[in-house]
Design a protein around this ligand. Structure first.
Ligand code: SF4
Length: 351
């Protein structure tokens, strides 16, 4: 029996019961695949249920304001994924329904080879290679492939192997079984070879090289950036509530269009806020330190209490937000520790 049949038999005998595995609806499978990029399955399940409740159809997603969509994405990070989902939903509605060809799916905003392959094989049961990190690992070990899996030509080789082994009429099960094996058995460290349906076919196992594979050259480290964040508070003249000044980030670049506690890279906050925002301020006491690691950047944030000595520009880049309003704004996870700190009543202070 060839390895792919052993693999699909193993999957059919039992696998994790995940919500997106109970459907063949391409919209739902697409959303799950986008959420699962860079995010663990356990973390995605709750977001997936809430997202599907809010946007049960592609039409519902397309007609929702982007800010509402981002709100449901808050905490998952990599917000460009949500922006592309929303954009592609609009494209799908415009073309009258979910595209029914691989090329049509691949042409949608935010969909690359992997996601197109996953949707085409899982939702439409058509042969395709959906090669993610799990599949790269399984195939590298199965065939003892020594090439760096970060290199495009080696990924192509693996995609060709995957595609050449799609069992007739079982593309759906095959794609999911490869993913399942990589996630639960052929795991990065200490693969559970004794439980693996591919053990007899696996060359890495036969050669005792499972721990060496896959070959993955180390990525460059993230650039460390020091940021100085200013917490500017006031008491609302009408409600008497304490509020914090929030800044909306530019529409391009990192965390585009999301709300932040304003910050600069100049350790002289007074100078930095004047140059970057045109705000006149005086830095007061230090409140807390926190950090956040993005794909290419590592923010080390020092948070200060800051007093406003001038006025705030009257435009939609700025707003005063109470603790409740902050909870409604799209504030990226990078600022969660600050948000939590400010939500503690004893931490709220007025300069
Ligand atoms: S035998 Fe081990 S290394 Fe080979 S595919 Fe199975 S779990 Fe992975």
């Amino acid at each position: 029996m060839c390895w792919e049949s052993k693999l699909t038999d193993w999957y059919e005998e039992g696998h994790r019961d995940l919500p997106w595995r109970r459907t063949r609806d391409p919209y739902k499978i697409w959303v799950s695949e986008i959420m699962l990029q860079q995010t663990r399955v356990e973390a995605v399940i709750g977001y997936y249920h809430r997202f599907m409740e809010a946007f049960p159809t592609v039409e519902a997603l397309a007609s929702a304001p982007i800010d509402t969509v981002l709100k449901y994405w808050e905490g998952l990070g990599y917000y460009s994924r949500a922006r592309n989902l929303h954009k592609a939903a609009g494209q799908i509605v415009e073309m009258g329904g979910f595209p029914a060809t691989y090329e049509g799916i691949r042409a949608l905003a935010g969909i690359g080879d992997y996601t197109a392959g996953a949707i085409w094989s899982i939702a439409f049961n058509q042969p395709a290679a959906a090669v993610d990190g799990n599949v790269l690992r399984v195939i590298s070990r199965l065939y003892v492939l020594d090439g760096d899996i970060m290199e495009e030509k080696n990924r192509r080789t693996i995609a060709d192997i995957v595609l050449a082994h799609v069992p007739e009429g079982k593309a759906n099960t095959y794609t999911q079984s490869l993913m399942e094996l990589g996630a639960t058995v052929c795991i990065p460290k200490n693969p559970r070879c004794e439980k693996c349906p591919l053990m007899e076919a696996c060359q890495a196992y036969a050669q005792g090289r499972t721990s060496e594979l896959p070959i993955k050259k180390k990525k460059d480290k993230q650039k460390v950036v020091d940021r100085y964040i200013g917490i500017i508070e006031r008491r609302n003249p009408h409600t008497g509530n304490r509020e914090v000044l929030m800044h909306r980030r530019p529409p391009k670049g990192l965390l585009q269009g999301l709300w932040e506690y304003p910050g600069v890279e100049n350790d002289n906050i007074k100078e930095g806020f004047a140059a970057e925002f045109g705000l006149e301020v005086e830095a007061k006491g230090h409140l807390l330190d926190c950090e956040h690691i993005f794909t290419h950047r590592h923010w080390k944030m020092q948070v200060y209490e800051v007093q406003l000595t001038g006025s705030v520009p009257e435009n939609d880049e700025w707003c005063w937000a109470s603790v409740d309003k902050q909870a409604e704004l799209m504030i990226p996870t990078a600022f969660r520790k600050i948000q939590e700190y400010l939500a503690e009543p004893e931490q709220l202070r007025l300069v």
